[in-house]
Design a protein around this ligand. Structure first.
Ligand code: PLP
Length: 430
């Protein structure tokens, strides 16, 4: 048997850092990444044969658990018919119809292969459709690794940001304004001073890339009003929250709280591919018709709408659309969060959690953070000890305190109970 450590050493010789996406390297928590060999239901097994209860689910896509029979069958059938044609297929229409049927704000949708691609394309479209360059994003929200979106806040209020990656010219991010999440005063100031130049505001409505943080209802209400008033497009990045926090995404959660609420554009990924490379962006017809071949905004993809990926996504959407699916998933996720809180209380440790649908977060803090700065000020050492304490006990949590967690329909009450028991032991240990 090959050990995780051997594989990691071998990987590092041929792949930068040994991984194909940085968070997998365990840099935030230390230790050796687990090399996963297979998965079934709520479990993953590493190269050493150790089993873990999986709370990452490929960072969200595996909402049905791994190896769901209906999805597997759809993928196998599609693979037999052909991997890729570079020509249109009926299944792309079916998936577009399914997305539009579940998300009323979306009238037309274009399929792509990754969340990064979808976010980047949505941004170009928003700029092309409005004829404006400036965009607003929020600190702690991740929208993929397109140049214009790898930006952190500048020093002053409502100033333009700095690149968060080498290789991104300052010229490219000079149109990107980075504001604090849930900060109404900054939002007001940005629109008051530059409202007529803003093409779009991109936001994770329920953020999953700074752990789990909700945009407050007053903040979202005002954001919608300001965008409408100034002619800026409100772009919801629902790559993580879409079809995960609710069947209609986070926008359906806010629509229940804010009468008539809708974003102008939406970006999807993760769950809509069911674990295959598939993402999408969509919105109203007048905006979407600016895209090539109809309009002047260019966007394309050799593997876009891939027949195997669309089969996987469609089968996944069909399963999560079944009556009672989200009620059951939400209840399981809530029981996990309440269980973690209770285990922490018993151990005398401050921990708070929150969840929506099948997405959750917890913080070593006494109240829920409202923005990235507060998230990053929570107890990192405690989180890292807890992460490894859980991993040692067969529970695979996201390996960084700024990541959200995911429960699937395959997690049973016994899995949740085992997780909570492991948490009790891990917390008691310090
Ligand atoms: C994962 C994620 C992305 C990027 O998607 P990739 O498929 O990794 O490129 C973009 N936005 C959000 C909110 C995400 O969670």
């Amino acid at each position: 048997m090959t050990s995780n450590a051997d594989l990691f050493a071998r990987a590092q010789r041929v792949i930068p850092g040994g991984v194909n996406s940085p968070v997998r390297a365990f840099r935030a928590v230390g230790g050796t990444p687990r090399f996963i060999q297979r998965a079934q239901g709520a479990y993953i097994w590493d190269a050493e044969g150790s089993r873990y209860i999986d709370y990452i689910g490929s960072w969200g896509p595996m909402i049905l658990g791994h190896g769901h029979p209906a999805v597997l069958e759809a993928v196998q059938k599609a693979a037999v018919d052909g991997f890729s044609f570079g020509a249109p297929t009926e299944r792309e229409i079916e998936l577009a119809e399914a997305i539009i049927g579940l998300v009323p704000s979306v009238e037309q949708v274009r399929l792509v292969s990754s969340g990064t691609e979808a976010g980047m394309s949505a941004l170009r479209l928003a700029r092309g459709a409005t004829g404006r360059n400036k965009i607003i994003k929020f600190e702690g929200c991740y929208h993929g690794h397109a140049d214009a979106l790898l930006v952190k806040a500048g020093s002053g209020l409502a100033t333009f940001g700095f690149p968060t990656s080498a290789g991104v010219p300052e010229d490219v991010v000079k149109h990107t304004l980075v504001l604090e999440y849930n900060n109404l005063a900054q939002l007001e100031e940005a629109f008051a001073t530059q409202g007529s130049e803003i093409a779009c505001v991109m936001i994770e409505p329920i953020a999953g890339n700074m752990n789990f943080v909700r945009a407050s209802v007053p903040f979202m209400t005002r954001l919608r009003a300001l965008c409408t008033q100034h002619g800026a497009l409100l772009v919801f990045d629902e790559v993580m929250s879409g079809f995960r926090v609710a069947l209609g995404g986070a926008q359906s959660v806010y629509a229940k709280l804010i009468p008539g609420f809708e974003p102008d554009m939406s970006v999807f990924g993760k769950v809509i591919g069911g674990g295959m490379p598939l993402a999408a962006f969509g919105g109203k017809k007048d905006v979407m018709s600016q895209l090539a071949p109809l309009g002047p905004v260019y966007q394309a993809g050799t593997l876009s709408g891939n027949p195997v990926a669309t089969a996987c996504g469609l089968a996944t959407l069909q399963e999560i659309s079944k009556p009672g699916f989200f009620e059951a998933l939400s209840a399981q996720t809530q029981s996990l969060v309440r269980g973690l809180e209770a285990a922490a209380r018993d151990a005398g440790v401050a921990l708070v959690g929150d969840s929506e649908g099948g997405m959750f977060g917890f913080f070593f803090a006494s109240e829920l953070p409202q923005n990235y700065g507060v998230v990053m000020a929570t107890d990192k050492e405690r989180f890292n000890r807890f992460f490894h304490g859980m991993l040692d006990r067969g529970v695979y949590l996201a390996p960084a305190l700024y990541e959200a967690g995911f429960v699937s329909a395959a997690h049973t009450p016994a899995d949740i109970a085992a997780t909570v028991a492991a948490a009790g032991q891990a917390l008691a240990q310090g």
